[in-house]
Write a protein that binds this ligand. Sequence first.
Ligand code: EPZ
Length: 415
Amino acid sequence: MGGRKLEGTIPVSGAKNAALPLMCAALLTEAPLQLTNMPTTLGDIVTLSAVLGELGVRTAIHKDEHTVILQAKDKTSCHAPYDLVRKMRASILVLGPLLARHGQAEVSLPGGCAIGTRPVDLHIDGLRAMGALIELESGYIKATAPHGLKGTTIVFPKVSVGATENLMMAACLADGCTVLSKAAQEPEIVDLGECLIKMGAKIEGLGTDEIRIQGVEKLKGTTHDVIPDRIETGTWMIAAALTGGKLQLKNAKLDHVTALVAPLEEAGLIIKQTGTDIIVSREGRPLTGTDIMTKPYPGFPTDLQAQFMTMLTLCMGAGMVTETIFENRFMHVPELCRMGANITVHNGSAIIRGVNSLKGAEVMATDLRASVALVLAALVAEGETTINRIYHLDRGYENIVDKLRACGADIERVK
Ligand code: EPZ
């Protein structure tokens, strides 16, 4: 049921999109890799540990301690099967480490998903440039590096988070120096790089668009604390803007969501970092519409586009949302319109004209971030909203019902 202000504290979980590549980094060494502050209840973490299990990686998930320990001691297989990879696109991130460590890999092409075709050509082109022999055969990427990978310079034609991560991991064990130019700069890439450095990798330029990796013979194990999830952080900041009230986000980093601060403050939210927490509040002041355009980091994150659009539906005036990263990331629009939003989509842009209220309805989740955009809408809509297919939600938000109920939301999971 909507209409309640959110007041209270929300602990932000470890970042899903840092946790997944970090787990794949375990393939680069025979020593144990211990990851802490992990979002251990997310389905994606369990699915990826199953993929890694197929590759001989022993994984211990200590749910309550939010810790995962992985060890790729013995190579049993280099085959990542379709039925697992299709459930977890990030499995493509085993390709680079397998090639670098074992000189061979057979990974199912991940296929597309709701938000786009999600090609992996940049991953493949980069590994070929490093000397890998790669064939695409019956839906699989069949790759070998009989003489090992060789360092080289790779200039990305477009910014890709996954390709940057795959090639950075592969380059750690390559022969010579690899330069990744026009690389992605997301905090999750910095987190992965810092963990690799603790494992003995030689990496410079993390957080910039040029990353240099000097290959080494082998890597050792380490313990690494995963960064807080900036997309979850941004989601709760938008929730506070929408419902009014005051939220204290525990263990959240404002410098990872700077692109969100300006538009949210413009819309009327008060934001401040106090120690390791972020306090956000909106008391009474009306929200005003503003425009956003998604861009690679440090631009406005595409993973917060749907959530921000939900907020715009109730802002005074109008706002424009332009999605430049994925080709089909407006699937939340028809569902929001069913709740009374006024949104017009034209090519990659949406015009949102503020309405006085949203009305509760039965709606359907289509992908992870669209799902949470519907939860945000339901928190402020008049009446009851039922959201179907919430398995999408559970892929990216730990304990979302408990976290929101603890702040006064009227929300429950129904079988
Ligand atoms: C990562 O996906 C994230 N996933 C996505 O989060 C996020 O939306 C995306 O980065 C952009 O920030 C994980 O980290 C597990 P890309 P990734 O390669 O690496 C095109 C979520 O909700 N492209 O940066 O797959 C691609 O089609 C998820 O948590 C190619 O053309 O994204 C897209 O248009 C959704 N060829 C653009 O680049 C390639 O080889 C950016 O994709 C690779 C990508």
